[in-house]
Design a protein. Structure first.
Length: 262
């Protein structure tokens, strides 16, 4: 027996098409334009931080676990730094696809073609990979389905799991930041490899700060939403969300959230 909350989430997922959001791509692109010439690892970290600072924070009705990639409840995002050419070729018919249809407006298509895709021409992971792929391999590896590698060089990879047990849970992101700062203080930039190590530690600090900022923004959003919420139970849920987001992931969790909401 599904609860009313879970049934509503299921119906929303099953009965609606996802919408495309270009906000993440817009923010990422603008960040990259500002960091030309900097180390790649730092550019990526700064772009990630910019997304955490600027992406709209939305708490959807009935939601207890917050965090979304875009402004829509069922949302698809664009990642042009990985690939964009196939999106440019297919997005006019996104809503008509039998598998994984997406709603995308004419205004969105015009914006990404004019303001996002031109910047990434010749710079995406997809283009870098294809430029190095021998033609005989491309015949069986590109758009054939014979070798399932397309998702690796055309889209972000999702098989990366943080070390919760020894990293995030006991330390929190604040602890990881302090650990990186301590390691940085011991580096000697005249030694081979230490400059790259500094860049790595700086990137971890930037990403961690970005995630802390995002969590705080969700806490602010939950409190603001609670101010006008009429339902007492939902108001309490929103205040719980705010309290949790002000602690996690910046600090280690104080408890395991076990209370059951219906």
């Amino acid at each position: 027996m599904l609860t009313e909350r879970i049934q509503m989430a299921k119906d929303n997922y099953v009965n609606s098409k996802p919408h495309i959001s270009y906000e993440r791509a817009r923010i990422w692109t603008e960040a990259y334009k500002k960091t030309e010439g900097e180390p790649v690892i730092i550019r990526r970290a700064k772009a990630f931080g910019a997304v955490c600072e600027q992406l709209a924070v939305t708490i959807f009705p009935g939601e207890l676990i917050v965090g979304a990639v875009g402004e829509f409840r069922k949302c698809g995002i664009l990642t042009p730094e990985f690939s964009w050419t196939w999106v440019d070729a297919e997005m006019d018919s996104f809503s008509e696809r039998v598998q994984d249809p997406y709603e995308m407006t004419d205004e969105q298509r015009q914006f990404v073609r004019n303001h996002i895709f031109p910047y990434w021409r010749g710079k995406s992971l997809e283009e870098a990979y294809l430029a190095q792929l021998p033609k005989e391999i491309a015949k069986v590896a590109v758009d054939t389905g014979i070798i399932d590698i397309d998702s690796k060089w055309r889209q972000s990879v999702g098989e990366i799991t943080p070390d919760y047990e020894d990293g995030l849970f006991p330390k929190g992101l604040r602890g990881i930041i302090e650990e990186c700062r301590a390691k940085k203080s011991k580096l000697n930039l005249s030694y081979p490899g230490d400059r790259e190590k500094r860049e790595f530690y700086d990137s971890v600090i930037l990403v961690s700060k970005g995630l802390i900022t995002l969590a705080r923004r969700y806490a602010d959003k939950a409190e603001l939403t609670a101010e006008t919420e009429k339902d007492k139970e939902r108001k309490r849920e929103l205040m719980d969300i705010a309290r949790i987001c002000r602690r996690v992931p910046e600090f280690s969790p104080a408890s395991f959230f076990r209370k059951l909401y219906r």
